[in-house]
Design a protein around this ligand. Structure first.
Ligand code: BTN
Length: 327
């Protein structure tokens, strides 16, 4: 009921009478008053005026299950939220949900991770109250070999979400880092899966977005940035989460029509910062320079080498860098 009341408060620009809320949710005035008090404690500024009712004056950057659920308007992506003030890793918690039979689209969110995981065994800095750490649980009826392509769906969704909510021209560094115009990393994605040889039990796609973080460790500060540092102001995390879920649902449904990226290739390539640039392809034990052209329908990066040869690069062992920097 809390998220529903919050949704109602957010959608109304005038006062909502206590009576109106009681009738809509079939609850007592005391129950409504209690919800309002809880919301105030969480940081919402709610004005209560005798004979008029309640009005939401301001919602700062609150993160809670009710706040997120009140903003999400998708059909299935993020409709069920599992929220932690602090946890080890949202990917680990989402896998636990997967084992327990939680529904497709369940979204696990934390305000802080104490064992955030990055790709290739690295860790992911996850301080409290500043950024987004979330993982969506999916149960796609496709062959396991196709699952890595789903990481690219989240890359599109996050880039679109960031652009829509903040106006920042974020872009994708192949295959799934999101970077600012200055080429610094804003966001990372980690996909994990539980599968048999020909059957997916579940896939979890975890995303970390540096939203209001202003300080990074010595180790990553040259390469990392946040939306706040790029824009010069703070961003409401819950709004961004809702926007990413909205885009993700559309991308996923499109992907499932063909079970590949053919319907999304054009959108992905339009957001790809490597496109039309010289890149350094780093294969294990071998590196070469090439011209990046864009992805194909399975998410491989098509590059042209100096002798005019076209090559398709599969992520995994191979990565690309800009010739003069990270992008
Ligand atoms: C990368 O190395 O670029 C991937 C980083 C992925 C971080 C996110 S934060 C939410 C989710 N939970 C984790 O433990 N990792 C992912």
């Amino acid at each position: 009921m809390k998220s529903e009341i919050l949704r109602l408060l957010k959608s109304s620009d005038t006062y909502l009478s206590g009576q109106q809320i009681c009738e809509q949710f079939q609850v007592s005035r005391t129950a409504v008053w209690k919800v309002m008090e809880q919301l105030k404690k969480e940081g919402y500024q709610i004005e209560a005026v005798r004979n008029k009712g309640y009005r939401l004056v301001d919602s700062p950057d609150v993160m809670s299950k009710a706040e997120i659920e009140s903003l999400i308007s998708t059909k299935w992506a993020g409709r069920h939220v599992v929220y932690y003030g602090e946890t080890d890793s949202t990917n680990t918690r989402a896998k636990e949900q997967g084992e327990r039979g939680a529904e497709h689209g369940t979204l696990v969110i934390a305000d802080k991770q104490n064992a955030g995981k990055g790709r290739r065994g690295r860790s992911w800095e996850s301080p409290q109250g500043t950024s987004i750490y979330m993982t969506i649980l999916l149960r796609p009826g496709i062959m396991p070999v196709k699952a890595p392509q789903m990481t690219l769906l989240m890359a599109i969704a996050a880039t679109q979400g960031i652009r829509r909510v903040t106006g920042l021209e974020a872009g994708i560094k192949w295959p799934n880092d999101i970077v600012s115009l200055t080429g610094k990393k804003l966001c990372g994605i980690l996909t994990e899966m539980s599968a048999e040889i020909d059957y997916i039990n579940y896939v979890v796609i975890g995303i970390g977005v540096n939203v209001n973080q202003e300080l990074f460790s010595q180790e990553i500060k040259e390469r990392a940035t946040s939306l706040c540092l790029e824009l010069g102001h703070k961003v409401q995390r819950s709004q961004l989460i809702a926007a990413i879920m909205e885009s993700f649902e559309k991308c996923y449904d499109k992907f499932m029509e063909t079970e590949d990226l053919s319907g999304l290739m054009e959108e992905y390539n339009s957001l790809l910062v490597n496109r039309g640039r010289e890149v350094k392809v780093l294969e294990p034990g071998h590196e070469y320079e090439a011209f990046a052209m864009g992805i194909n329908e399975t998410g491989e990066l098509i590059v042209k080498t100096a002798d005019g040869q076209e090559k398709n690069i599969f992520a995994g062992e191979v990565s690309v860098r800009g010739v003069y920097g990270y992008v």
